[in-house]
Ligand binder design. Structure first.
Ligand code: LLP
Length: 423
């Protein structure tokens, strides 16, 4: 359930007509509903309310500090993968004791920043990272809290590009080799072994891969205990999917029930790293039709709707062939035709939808690209020197720009022509 609905033929976000926001902030822009963000966070988090847990929102999915601050106020923590994400989470006032740091390539500086900030856990992904962290913590006269991200070799049955828990993926430490590393870490002066973590992939529409993973983790934790290593945290990553088109992912409560059933005999704190399931359908991207055209030639004619948002603004269709529902902001029951909805970027992969049955639209019409709250703005770029669009949050009948549209000046910020080029 989300708060993007038609009222009298007009798309609203909560109590505000989307067209009103468009006329005030221009297009394209990303629009988030505070009520939906809150509802989705609570729907997920409440599934685990009867056990010790921390819901660490995956910052990479939607990193605006307004969104992070909202989740922080709802009791959430953060799953970060860079110093930049740590900076954002702290700026948003999130509690460092609820921040966990994942990722295969943390630099020395990033490890130091994490230590200085007093985060809850580093999810270490290699032996070399463990040694680097031990050294950094030693130099600072501290002990680094560590969980190892293990790779359980479970098929998440999702898109190959967003599968992370197979042996062939770059992530984590093979579960069969991890015990040796735990033993090594337990002997290290500046490391405190606290947990085990994993993340098998994103946009999962089945519960069974999570259950299979947890069983492997439990088995592994048993082996740790047998070796005198006791841990406090199990982190099962993110990954419950959402409906973009006709997918039928498990309800978060159903997912929570299955997870809890596996954990009944363990005394640990559960860490979860959800991103998409919370923000995906809590945000849309709004764009304006610039032109319509039909290209004839070849076997068939092809209809195009050219809009002012492209693959730089929403990368998912061109990168993963992902489907996003697109609908006119003013309900349109006109005759439909098959169109490609494309952006202004000079690349053939620049499309938001392909061969879509779509009502006839005209220049100036606004379109809503649904399910754009996750991996929308965060994956946007300025390719073709296009300033990135504004981000806006609605609450009831109020709305505020939470990130200003970039300007042409901001595109060249930090650039300069070196003296040796001047004549
Ligand atoms: N934890 C870790 C360590 C992750 O790598 C990810 C996502 C998550 C949590 C959050 O997963 P979620 O709950 O959102 O499924 N750009 C792609 C998705 C990439 C996901 C990368 N990792 C997309 O647009 O589909």
């Amino acid at each position: 359930m989300n708060h993007f609905e038609y009222k009298d033929g007009e798309l609203f976000c909560e109590e505000v007509p989307v067209s009103q926001i468009a006329s005030e902030v221009g297009t394209p822009f990303y629009l988030y509903s505070k009520a939906t963000l809150t509802r989705h966070f609570q729907a997920f988090d409440s599934g685990f309310e009867d056990i010790d847990h921390i819901t660490c929102f995956a910052v990479k999915s939607c990193s605006n500090i307004a969104v992070l601050s909202l989740f922080g106020n709802l009791g959430g923590g953060a799953d970060i993968v860079s110093g930049g994400e740590l900076f954002r989470a702290l700026k948003a006032g999130m509690d460092p004791k609820q921040i966990i740091y994942s990722g295969v390539g943390k630099t020395e500086e990033e490890l130091r920043y994490g230590m200085e900030s007093g985060i809850l856990l580093f999810n270490v992904e290699s032996e070399q990272e463990l040694h680097r962290l031990n050294k950094v913590a030693g130099d600072m006269g501290m002990k680094a809290p560590v969980a190892f991200r293990v790779n359980p070799d479970v098929d998440p049955k999702t898109h190959a590009y967003i599968s992370t828990g197979l042996a062939k993926n770059k992530f984590g430490i093979p579960i069969n080799e991890a015990l040796d590393l735990y033993k090594q870490a337990a002997e290290m002066e500046n490391i405190e072994v606290k947990g085990v973590s994993c993340h098998i992939g994103s946009q999962l529409t089945l519960i069974s891969p999570f259950v299979e993973t947890l069983r492997k983790l439990k088995n592994f934790v048993g082996r740790l205990t047998d070796n005198g290593i006791n841990i406090d945290y199990i982190d099962i990553g993110g990954g419950v999917g959402i409906t973009y088109d006709d997918e039928e992912p498990p309800h978060p409560q159903e997912y929570a029930k299955a997870i809890k059933e596996e954990l009944t005999d363990l005394k640990i704190t559960l860490i979860l790293e959800p991103g998409r399931v919370i923000v995906g359908n809590a945000g849309i991207m709004v764009t304006e039709v610039q032109y319509t055209k039909t290209n004839r030639g070849g076997e068939k004619e092809k209809n195009f709707v050219v809009v002012d948002a492209g693959m730089n603004d929403l990368t998912r269709p061109s990168l993963y062939g992902a489907y996003h529902t697109i609908q006119p902001v003013k309900e349109n029951n006109g005759a439909s035709q098959v169109v490609d909805i494309v952006g202004p970027i000079c690349e053939t992969t620049d499309f938001l939808a392909k061969n879509r049955d779509f009502p006839e639209v005209k220049q100036g019409d606004l379109l809503a690209v649904m399910s754009a709250g996750a991996y929308g703005f965060t994956m946007a770029s300025t390719y073709n020197s296009r300033p990135r669009g504004a981000e806006v949050m609605v609450s009831g009948n109020d709305f505020e720009v939470i990130r200003a549209r970039e300007t042409r000046e901001s595109l060249i910020q930090g650039e300069s022509v070196p003296g040796f080029l001047e004549n």
